[in-house]
Design a protein around this ligand. Structure first.
Ligand SMILES: [Zn+2]
Length: 223
């Protein structure tokens, strides 16, 4: 299955993706599952996951939705996957990772080497917290600095983290720009295990084109 591990919905202040847009874009691009990583917000992820489950139960096509959150910590962003409740922002990276794990979630570090982000985890943080990190984002579709994906790959060449990829889409157009093609999985632990056989595919797009597309959607009210 093809999984885009990092997308935002309309519940993020900077995204325009509604549930119908998500379903349509996934169907069009052949994306079977998405992880929703709204900024410091989990309501949308839970709601979209519920809608998708209901649709699938009715026999309709819908992507599998993994509820997550992109949490702003005291030192950069950390995502949680398989979350059931909000992880508060502003905690330290370690506290955030522990909160994610306490609720049975997976710790997913997004865009680890986006050097233009002032607050971010450094390579030594990744090493120090390695035991708490489940997945590292090896490819992000919208790096502020394109070099970031290269640096992530270089770091991963001599660090043994399970790796994934996400488009970081804030609008339907960019959904699926990066994804992992991997065997089907059942739950969090199995997902990490199956990532070993995952193949990452990714295209980068500019944060500026993203901003422009969102503005156009807002003004026209359509995708
Ligand atoms: Zn994001």
């Amino acid at each position: 299955m093809k999984v885009d591990f990092h997308i935002h919905t309309i519940y993020s202040p900077d995204s325009v993706i509604t549930y119908p847009m998500l379903v349509e874009a996934c169907r069009e691009k052949g994306i079977d599952a998405v992880a929703i990583m709204d900024h410091d917000e989990i309501e949308g992820a839970l709601e979209f996951a519920r809608s998708s489950e209901e649709a699938r139960a009715r026999g309709e096509w819908a992507p599998l939705v993994l509820p997550g959150e992109e949490v702003r910590t005291s030192r950069g962003e950390i995502c949680g996957l398989f979350l059931t409740e909000l992880v508060p922002k502003g905690l330290t990276p370690r506290e955030t990772m522990e909160r994610i794990r306490e609720q049975g979630g997976l710790v997913y570090v997004p865009h680890p080497f986006d050097l233009l982000k002032f607050k971010r985890l450094r390579a030594r943080d990744l090493e120090e917290h390695g035991g708490l990190i489940d997945i590292l984002e090896a490819f992000n579709g919208k790096p502020r600095l394109p070099l970031a994906n290269f640096l992530a790959r270089r770091f991963l060449a001599d660090h043994d983290f399970p790796r994934a990829a996400g488009s970081d889409a804030h609008e339907p157009l960019h959904l699926g720009a990066a994804f992992v093609e991997m065997p089907r999985f059942e739950g969090a632990d199995d997902l990490v295990d199956k990532l070993k056989d995952g193949v990452i595919t990714g295209k980068m797009y500019s944060p500026f084109s993203s901003a422009f597309t969102r503005l156009r959607i807002r003004l026209s009210g359509t995708a």
